[in-house]
Design a protein around this ligand. Structure first.
Ligand SMILES: *[C@@H]1O[C@H](CO)[C@@H](O)[C@H](O)[C@H]1NC(C)=O
Ligand SMILES: *[C@@H]1O[C@H](CO)[C@@H](O)[C@H](O)[C@H]1NC(C)=O
Length: 411
């Protein structure tokens, strides 16, 4: 036995190494034709369908986060029939093929996802962020609808959960001065400094062209304005999965924080959605409320990435390697932030014209896996989805396998 064991271990090791080298790219973890939810009972589910509180074909997953064994999935209330906007499914590596489309479990529960209940409910959630202090930062836009159909049922409210107790530990309603007539905020970045109290959220106002900063410690917010938040008028033309449409008013959207720099502060990299250019600003500026009207020269314009490089989401690992979605070409790219922001330092790591149509969001877990959700969003909005096909996919890949022997594989 004792002689056999090392041999057995060696064999297992070799098999798993072969497996990873054979599957260097993303593997599909879960997939759905249409989303379905875990209702408390079958009666409640049937009742929800009958009363049109649940209309499966109207549900589109847009944002993810991974914490512990939970994959959080957000579903905005763009149309009728969304039972719950904040949900999760459980990671289970030994799941059988027949359970590859798990039911979404409302988080923290179904009742807390009641639309229009401004005190105790979540109305619409897009991007969410778990921090290293086991808090989940959730921005509830309070909206129902999309584009011209949007109604503001409740004010924009930051709701922060303790992931260990599943309780809301902080709520902060944005002030009227923080928002504009056209405000639409779908994305947040979370900046943890010296300790868990020294925490800031940066919220990008995509259609109002501003950046709202919230300080956890001081429990207050302020709004930056800058021309770099605007869309580029020549970069609003999108063709995805063969379909051409314009998102030409979409300004500052995806954001990612760098590693701490020499002065202890980080750099916030951001891009307007209708733009091929990247911009940067130090968190030292953003954290300083007196700078809101007085920071023109503190923002930096980096290079353009070139055609077909609209980005909806980016993340950075603990070594400074950034990963980003490339929605025009159904791909995931990378850039090591120790190199200049220039095309010869970018790498398309994975491209898939069937399984990665509209990679909407991506996140890194604590075991250094990169997780991506693709959702065919532009098809959903403008052409409709085919419910007999797989439309939504969660894929993952170990980061080290993804970037080895690429320009991003610097360690
Ligand atoms: C937008 O993109 C489509 C498809 O590539 C192209 O045919 C069209 O000329 C573009 N429009 C503009 C104004 O660039
Ligand atoms: C910044 O400008 C806005 C609009 O002009 C003004 O309301 C606000 O008081 C200014 N804030 C600071 C800190 O100067």
């Amino acid at each position: 036995m004792s002689k056999l064991l090392p041999n057995l271990l060696l064999t297992i090791l070799i098999i798993s190494l072969e497996k990873t080298s054979a599957h260097q790219k993303f593997r599909e973890y879960y997939h759905w034709n249409l989303l379905d939810y875990a209702f408390p009972s079958l009666e409640e589910k049937l009742n929800a369908i009958l009363t049109r509180k649940f209309i499966p074909e109207n549900n589109l997953p847009v944002g993810i986060e991974v914490w512990g064994d939970k994959i959080f999935i957000t579903v905005p209330r763009w149309r009728e029939g969304i039972p719950s906007t904040l949900n999760y499914v459980t990671i289970n590596d030994f799941v059988q093929e027949s359970f590859k489309s798990p039911l979404l479990i409302p988080y923290p529960d179904l009742k807390s996802n009641e639309a229009g209940n401004c005190r105790d409910g979540l109305t619409t959630v897009y991007r969410i962020k778990a921090d290293q202090c086991n808090r989940l930062w959730v921005l509830d836009t309070g909206t129902f609808g999309i584009e011209s159909t949007t109604q503001n049922l409740c004010p924009y409210t930051l709701k922060i959960f303790d992931l260990k107790t599943d309780r809301i530990i902080r709520k902060y309603e944005l002030h009227p001065e923080d928002i504009r007539e056209t405000t639409f905020i779908a994305n947040i970045a979370v900046d943890i400094g010296r300790n868990c109290e020294d925490a800031y959220a940066y919220m990008s106002d995509e259609l109002g062209y501003g950046l709202i900063v919230y300080s956890w410690e001081h429990h207050k917010s302020w709004r930056f304005s800058h021309p770099f938040f605007n869309p580029d008028p020549v970069a609003g033309n999108f063709t995805i999965d063969g379909f051409n449409f314009q998102w030409d008013t979409e300004g500052i959207f995806s954001m990612v924080l760098s590693l701490p720099q020499g002065d202890g502060h980080k750099i916030l990299f951001f891009n307007p959605l209708a733009s091929y250019r990247e911009f940067a600003v130090s968190t030292k500026i953003l954290r300083d409320e007196t700078k809101v009207n007085n920071s023109y020269n503190d923002f930096i314009a980096l290079n353009e990435r070139g055609k077909n490089s609209h980005i909806t989401a980016k993340v950075m690992d603990e070594y400074g390697v950034e990963f980003f979605t490339l929605i025009d070409i159904n791909a995931i790219g990378c850039w090591y932030s120790g190199y200049p922001y220039a095309t010869n330092f970018f790498k398309v790591l994975h491209r898939d014209d069937k399984n990665l149509i509209f990679p909407s969001d991506l996140k890194i877990d604590r075991k250094r896996n990169l997780w991506v959700i693709s959702d065919r969003m532009s098809n959903f909005l403008y052409r409709g989805l085919n419910p007999t096909e797989v439309n939504f996919r969660i894929l993952f890949a170990p980061i080290n396998d993804l970037i080895q022997n690429t320009v991003c594989g610097i360690y």
